[in-house]
Design a protein around this ligand. Sequence first.
Ligand code: NAD
Ligand code: MG
Length: 401
Amino acid sequence: MQNLCVLGATGSIGLSTLDVVRRHPDKYNVVSLSANTRVAEMYALSVEFKPETVVMVDEIAAQQLKLRLLQDDIHDIEVLTGHNALSDLASSASIDVVMAAIVGASGLLPTLAAVKADKKVLLANKEALVTSGQIFIDALKNSNAQLLPIDSEHNAIFQCLPINIQNDMGMADIADSGISKILLTGSGGPFRTLPLEEFAEITPQQACAHPNWDMGRKISVDSATMMNKGLEFIEAKWLFNLEPDDIQVVLHPQSTIHSMVQYKDGSVLAQMGNPDMRTPIAHALAFPQRIESGVEAFDFFNCKNFEFAQADFERYPNLELAITACKAGQSACTALNAANEVAVAAFLNTDIAFIDIAKVNKAVMNKFVNINIQTIDDVVHLDSKAREAADQQVLNIKENN
Ligand code: NAD
Ligand code: MG
């Protein structure tokens, strides 16, 4: 029996995780859950999974949850609040496995706490790794934690790698295993064929309607701008100890191949399946075993053609920015990630247009290149400076409209 903590339990990944867990009551015991504000969802999860502890980061949400539990005579669930409670939850001695599924850099400290406490860490929260890079990998190196990627691309790459790299995440040299390229696939999002002149009019609702994947709103917008692929490019660099030139982005609109590893003898290994996050979640939960995830096997006789293409930077300027940041160094990545969180929130709030996201991101990234980042405090400080700069950019754009 594995004792599980799900950070970001009410989100898309959190709920998919609990759906896999629900199928295996003999294998996983839900000990703790966290969310930000969604009380009704957390109430339902608390009743079903009976965790020992629940964290609602928002104080009012925590009070509301407590009240609802008491009204229903449920007294044995401890409800905590505040951001610090997340790190305590993730590093608690009673936990074996932590699903890191908070969205954004808010997930950094709790995810790092889980690594430092030697947990099996299932990493969905790519922003945590993007924003801290080497510091995160050093923490992993200095711990007995096991890091397993949940992002479907990275999970696919992981599955196509030899066991010595799987057991040495972030540190093994891919060339030693005869690997010549990591092929990071992406669907191209909902606007892959939309005429560029129509990009200025894209609405949040259109951007959140992804053709293949059902995801949270922030990552849905990131998929539409392909900043998501950019963040994944940086994530791949750290997870698999790569140079930027080792990674090739490949557009694959069907999302059947979830990424590939190319070897120097000409072999290309791909991981395929229906686009459903329960597959990588079940893979990582059970690794090195395999369990049922609830996902149907892929039907090759009824599949559309497999298409592949290069990503066009004119259509996806955010992808180019992220690759530039990856080459430039940590401060550019931290600043870009923070700016993007602000810009996406502003777009979702209809404060700025879809095409303004890249403008905010570029201005903020350029402001913070080549700043020395040595510690997690440096990361947190730069993240906050970059958010201020991005807020200012958003304000400028609003005033000029
Ligand atoms: P989501 O918006 O659906 O859920 C986010 C979760 O985090 C919620 O439980 C929310 O309560 C919590 N949360 C939000 N802000 C918080 C804060 N400030 N402090 C603490 N908790 C907070 O997001 P999602 O789609 O589930 O994505 C979660 C992470 O997984 C992201 O980093 C995303 O990039 C990554 N990911 C998601 C998918 C997917 O299919 N959804 C695929 C790959 C990777
Ligand atoms: Mg992904």
